[in-house]
Design a protein around this ligand. Sequence first.
Ligand code: ADP
Ligand code: MG
Length: 399
Amino acid sequence: MDIHEYQAKELLSKFGIAAPPGALAYSPEQAAYHAREMGGDTWVVKAQIHAGGRGKAGGVKVCRSENEIQDACEDMFGRKLVTHQTGPEGKGIYRVYVEGGVQIEREFYLGFVLDRSSQRVMIVASGEGGMEIEEISAQKPDSIVRATVEPAVGLQQFQAREIAFALGLDPALTAQMVRTLMGCYRAFTELDATMVEINPLVVTADHRILALDAKMTFDDNAMFRHPQVSELRDKSQEDPRESRAADRGLSYVGLEGNIGCIVNGAGLAMATMDTIKLAGGDPANFLDIGGGATPERVTKAFRLVMSDSNVQAVLVNIFAGINRCDWVAEGVVAALKEVQIDVPVIVRLAGTNVEEGQKILAKSGLPIIRASTLMEAAERAVGAWQNDLTQDTHVRAVK
Ligand code: ADP
Ligand code: MG
């Protein structure tokens, strides 16, 4: 789960990370009011969307008067901001953050990520802040400082000092930098984050270290124990297909292709997507319906997959271990009777009670294309979709 910059700054402030004063606004008037209350002569209006790269796309504007703030806001509210991280459809701006402008002397990149190869939290830092980490690693790879944290003891002060030295930070600021690094590490572990990124972390003209931007991502599976974080979820920023799936307890990732996938088990879902690719097609989604694929769950899955207008064939691939193929087959039949499906449906069942499952599909009289191996299923899905484009011999299903 992602959160907004202003929310990340608020969470991090509880761990001792300093940021300029700021306030959230839902309207241009409110933004101007906050600036007046805050005082000062320079403010930065920042579009709150779940993506970076806002600065270059017009989502971060420096303003020197209330009028300028109102104009900047009017330009932002309700608009979709397209940055290199949002994809071409962009993300809607419904909130802006008004922040005191600071004079920047130096900018750093600071990131905390889960490094799967060392199975530890890794700190990544660079003196080339302001640029995205991908650009830094392409253009200035030598500037990147990395350190991994031993989980049994956590981040140590000496490690934090070493990072500060490696970045060439003014020694007078070491203590502030150590506090920032230790605070981020605590926030990362205590809140079950999977990523904390401050880019840029700046040294101001008056020698303070401040987070000018902040991004946090959390482990969805741990959100039940952090209600103060999970309530920060903003569905307006999510792929609607994915939020619908999350609400229904299904694990779904929307993709660009046109073959919808309904699979039980994450590994099998990955293998199914690979096999579709191998057969010359493109999956429309990753979908793991989980172990207990009841008829209700299968129906929900069909609804979800069919809500994507790109889907031109649906491949159901179930390996029944704990499950039973006859139950799944009943689920598929019930779903096809209930949900409006006008694309070919290919079903491959394997495992417990497979014969009964096949019988239920055959007896249903529904135009289900059956396959006995995954490769055959993928080829049939790709073939059915391609056929469907050229001729209408395919029997279109149900209601
Ligand atoms: P993004 O990463 O989405 O582009 P940032 O919050 O990093 O958005 O802002 C982009 C740039 O704008 C920063 O690199 C910084 O140079 C400048 N900036 C952001 N906030 C402030 C601020 N409060 N005062 C001065 N400059 C700022
Ligand atoms: Mg940034």
